[in-house]
Design a protein around this ligand. Sequence first.
Ligand SMILES: [Zn+2]
Length: 147
Amino acid sequence: MTNNPKNCPFCSFTDRVIKDNASAYTILSNPRKVPGHFLVIPKRHTEKPWELTAKEIQDVFKLIFFIEKSIIGKLGSGCDIRQNYRPFIEQDDVKMNHVHFHVIPRNKNDYIYSVSEKFEVDLFAELDDLEHQEVAKLLDTKEASKE
Ligand SMILES: [Zn+2]
């Protein structure tokens, strides 16, 4: 792993690697939300997910799907895949700037549901036409290419 910042734990987690391929590796998340909470991490230090190369994305998702196939029916009947881009939060013990994907086994009414998601029903609101138009405009090809 080269050209990586010295203060990035994900650039130097080689002793915890469970499986890897050419451009990505996986470790168990510590701390973790539930048993079998994996992190899939590109080997190259990248902080913006859209800066991953096509090869890195392919290698990341090869590992994600391998993990899913390995844990479904053992640690969960379902699985969440999650990537958080939150530059507004400083890096600390639970927030890493280095892009990574969470793979989290899920079950009906599991621990994550009981302590968190069951309280999130109020988050959902009807999408109205104005909001649809305004947000869809952001994906206009001319606007999107400005970045
Ligand atoms: Zn890094």
